[in-house]
Design a protein around this ligand. Structure first.
Ligand SMILES: *Cc1c(COP(=O)(O)O)cnc(C)c1O
Length: 400
């Protein structure tokens, strides 16, 4: 045991705190929902929650809780095995087939999280003769997955089709055998949608595969919530989809890859987070099956989600806030300097609204923001109350 090791760690922690970058976790004493009870010293306070990825409001849904409990009763608590030894239940295959149907793919494969799905996806599919071309704003798990793969790496500026074309040309002239373009379906800091029409057109011209991580879309974007490829009308041109059960589809846990049979079959043989990590527990699987059923038939939920989004966006603009344009329920309120985002977040917290400030290094310097997220469980009364709070705090710190 070396004391210098621990003092080095302490120094790093002190630096994080001194730079104002420390992330504080605030425990909730309630279920996740439109309102949450936040523990504050000896008491709890009920806040309107505008920062969950709970787009369809299903995180506290009774039907999902019942599906989870039913699965515990019939299939037990956990598998104590990876999938290929003795960890595959009928439920896992039901979910994989159901999900593939929902997304319009041949098959799908479950992972403990989408972080693992993205982490394990690239390495088995691509080798040193191949190329991966990645959007500069892709999620950390895609970046890590690409790092673990021996394919040559190329990067293009966020959603910039000219830059993507340049990289495709570079990969072709470098002699790449196979090329895969990797993108988020929705870029979560801005709520911007990937230009999947542009990407799939370029992919066709350069004979490339397309991989889309649709974590911030599956369940609510596009017809029946099938995601951004269906929304853009290019579902058949997107080869591989990854996603999560940890956001709109119930918010519990679990990720997946959906695609052609060969892709899924090879991942079952070779994807390291699949081979060397425990199978998803039955309760999570049972709830996910139910969540897909609810999402697929969830036009009413999507109608309230998008009516809330339009209402909230218009209200913020009317109050004078600078809001990024878009159609996604991620609605970032741009504030500029990090200290303004921090002041805004703590002022709102005091007024009963739970939001989170985002600043460097999560977003570029000078582009600090409060990222608000709508969900189907919020009411117009909630939004009016939150808007009053935004207006009063915004005025008091001089941003409107
Ligand atoms: C949330 C998210 C992930 C990680 O999903 P988990 O299932 O929570 O691991 C991966 N990619 C994107 C784009 C995400 O937003």
């Amino acid at each position: 045991m070396s004391a210098s090791f621990y003092s080095h760690l302490r120094q790093t922690l002190d630096e994080i705190a001194a730079d104002g970058l420390e992330k504080i976790e605030r425990p909730l004493a309630s279920k996740q929902g439109a309102h949450v009870d936040v523990v504050d010293g000896d008491t709890t306070r009920t806040l309107i929650n505008l920062c969950a990825n709970n787009y369809l409001g299903l995180a506290d849904d009774e039907r999902l809780a019942k599906a989870a409990m039913d699965a515990i009763e019939t299939h037990g608590l956990g598998m104590a095995s990876v999938r290929f030894i003795c960890g595959t239940q009928d439920l896992h295959r039901v979910l994989e087939r159901r999900l593939a149907d929902y997304l319009g793919k041949a098959d799908s494969i479950l992972f403990a999280a989408c972080f693992d799905a993205n982490g394990g996806l690239f390495e088995p599919l691509l080798g040193p003769q191949d190329a991966i071309i990645s959007d500069a704003l892709n999620h950390a798990s895609i970046i890590d997955g690409i790092r673990l793969c021996k394919a040559k790496r190329y990067r293009y500026a966020n959603n910039d089709m000219t830059a993507l074309e340049d990289q495709l040309k570079a990969a072709r002239s470098d002699g790449a055998r196979h090329i895969m373009i990797a993108t988020d379906g929705v870029f979560s800091m801005d709520g911007y949608l990937a230009d999947l029409k542009g990407i799939t057109e370029l992919a066709a011209r350069f004979d490339a595969q397309v991989m889309v991580d649709d974590c911030h879309a599956t369940g609510f974007m596009g017809p029946q919530g099938r995601g951004t490829p269906h929304l853009a009308g290019v579902a058949d041109q997107v080869d591989i989809l990854t996603g999560t059960f940890g956001k709109a589809l119930g918010g519990a846990l679990g990720g997946y890859v959906a695609g052609a049979q060969e892709v899924v079959d090879l991942l079952r043989q070779r994807a390291r987070p699949y081979l060397f990590s425990n199978a998803l527990p039955p309760m999570v699987v049972g709830a996910a099956i139910k969540a897909i059923e609810i999402a697929e038939a969830g036009d009413e939920l999507r109608a309230s989600l998008f009516s809330n989004s339009a209402y909230w966006r218009a209200g913020l603009e009317r109050a004078g806030f600078k809001v990024l344009p878009g159609q996604h329920p991620i609605i970032p309120v741009m504030l500029g300097e990090a200290h303004l985002a921090q002041q805004m977040a703590s002022g709102l917290n005091a007024k009963g609204v739970y939001v989170s400030g985002f600043f460097f290094p999560v977003v570029p310097k000078g582009q600090a923001r409060i990222r608000t997220q709508m969900n189907a469980a919020l009411t117009k009364a909630d939004l009016d109350e939150a808007l009053d709070a935004f207006t009063s705090v915004g005025r008091s710190i001089g941003v409107i």
